[in-house]
Design a protein around this ligand. Structure first.
Ligand code: ZN
Ligand code: ZN
Length: 486
């Protein structure tokens, strides 16, 4: 339905009484949401009377990404049932508004409506994505208290939640306790072990799957291949890639090829990676070419890098960051400068990094550009103290353009600190000496921050855990669990 038809239908339906046409209301609202006309959507809403239609309105708005409008509608509702709350919670999670989901869940608990399995599925996912351990434990406790029946979706969500919150041990416990006849439960455990870099445990678990008679699916193999890739296990990776096709008759999808290209490329086997790209039955996407390009950049493989660049610019005109990195690492400064100019003209910037730390049950978010935190002064004092002590320990900040530019993150001139450093300083400020500090970050941690946190873990004699976009880093005594391979 286009906007014009929607407006016409709308006026006709209003005359006839909206509430009697729920399906029409739904398609009207979704049209308005899609056409970014939430105000009209709201007007429709005000005419709708029954709860069912109102829930539908919220659902449509959430699906159209209009969280704030949905929130308004929700706020004006005189009556709300469990579906209303669940639609809001699920909508927040789908739109990556995890903190909003948690806050709403707290409100729900003080309302008269009892949460159900769907409620908890959303809330558990929110905790997982935030990596918020205290909240996670609290939510799990509530589930036990309310005797929520665990189906395979909730079991998998719980395993995933603890893994993403850094407690792989609790993930394992949950895994051992739940019914494991569905492959999703195994996949959650395998993926969890993979992001912790525990590749041996992944292979052991895979053998156990066979013993317990559960067939792996394509997601299982993405987890296994990712684990191999994180640890640079080329032989193992090849073995599983072969096994999925020849023994389990699972056709590799784009993502499997992508992980294999990544695995081979990181290990310096670019030619083999390229050969694999050439025999793929489907067209390689940008992600695959990027994986090849980034391998070529690390291993300084110019010709193949150019092939990847050509394909990336064919598929997506905007992959400037990698392009400029590629030129930098080949010391082609003219090329790099040209890309920079094009980025500037096109208004393209690197992504903005964000880190968050959970202290007690509250979550504090930091980004390099936002200095609005009320305790910023003290945070900077702690941070500068740590920087000085790190320098005394022999830490040298990476100023080399080549190395700096490998980062996914923007380094703005007058902002010396990436967000994870701010979060770490806040953690040091607010927690007692000797306790673990856990930080989550939306992008891949850069080499400079990685080096610095290693030293800080030694200086403070504390365990520091950083979950970045790729995996977990457990810093202790000056070394990281990823052994600098990430
Ligand atoms: Zn950094
Ligand atoms: Zn690391």
């Amino acid at each position: 339905m286009d906007l014009k038809t929607a407006t016409k239908t709308h006026s006709r339906v209003v005359v006839l009484g909206l509430a009697t046409y729920p399906s029409l209301v739904s398609s009207l609202i979704s049209t308005y949401a899609r056409c970014h006309q939430p105000q009209i959507g709201l007007r429709v809403f005000s005419k709708v009377l029954d709860l069912f239609s109102r829930n539908l309105v919220i659902d449509c708005l959430m699906k159209g990404g209009q969280c704030d409008v949905a929130k308004k509608v929700f706020g004006k509702m005189p009556v709300r049932d469990v579906v209303t709350w669940n639609t809001m919670l699920g909508g927040y999670v789908k739109n990556s508004r995890f903190l909003d989901a948690l806050n709403l869940f707290r409100r729900m608990l003080s309302s008269k409506v009892e949460p159900d399995g769907f409620t908890f599925a959303s809330v558990v996912t929110a905790c997982a994505r935030l990596g918020a351990l205290c909240n996670a434990e609290w939510v799990h406790g509530l589930m036990v208290e309310k005797r929520v029946q665990l189906n395979y979706i909730l079991s998998a969500a719980l395993i995933d939640m603890y893994a993403k919150c850094g407690r792989i041990d609790v993930s394992r416990q949950v895994f051992e306790e739940v019914v494991r006849d569905h492959v999703s439960v195994w996949n959650a455990m395998i993926t969890g072990l993979a992001i912790h870099g525990l590749v041996m445990d992944v292979t052991l678990l895979f053998s156990r799957m066979e013993v317990e008679g559960v067939l792996p699916d394509s997601v299982t193999f993405i987890g296994i291949l990712t684990a191999c890739s994180h640890c640079g296990l080329v032989e193992e990776g090849r073995k599983y890639f072969d096994m999925m096709q020849n023994r389990f008759m699972i056709e590799p999808e784009l993502e499997h090829y992508g992980t294999m290209v990544d695995l081979l490329g990181r290990a310096g086997l670019m030619e083999e990676a390229y050969a694999l790209i050439k025999v793929m039955p489907m067209d390689p996407d940008v992600v695959i070419w990027r994986a090849l390009l980034s391998a070529c950049r690390i291993h300084r493989k110019k010709e193949l890098g150019e092939v990847a660049i050509a394909n990336i610019s064919r598929l997506e005109s905007g992959d400037f960051v990698l392009l400029s990195n590629m030129y930098c690492s080949l010391k082609n400064w003219d090329g790099a400068e040209r890309v920079r100019q094009r980025m500037k003209m096109g208004g393209i910037r690197k992504k903005r990094g964000r880190s968050w730390i959970e202290l007690g049950d509250s979550i504090h978010t930091f980004n390099a550009a936002n200095h609005s935190h009320e305790e910023m002064k003290s945070i900077y004092l702690v941070l500068e103290g740590l920087v000085q002590r790190a320098k005394l320990e022999g830490f040298t900040p990476l100023t080399d353009l080549v190395l700096m530019d490998v980062s996914e993150e923007e380094k703005e001139e007058n902002l010396a600190f990436h967000s994870e450093k701010l979060a770490l300083a806040y953690g040091v400020l607010k927690s007692s000496p000797g306790t673990k500090i856990r930080i989550s970050k939306n992008l891949r941690i850069c080499l400079d921050c990685h080096n610095w946190i290693k030293i800080v873990s030694k200086i403070l004699n504390r365990e520091i855990i950083v979950r970045d976009r790729i995996r977990f880093h457990q810093f202790e005594g000056g070394v990281c669990s990823c052994r600098d391979y990430w």
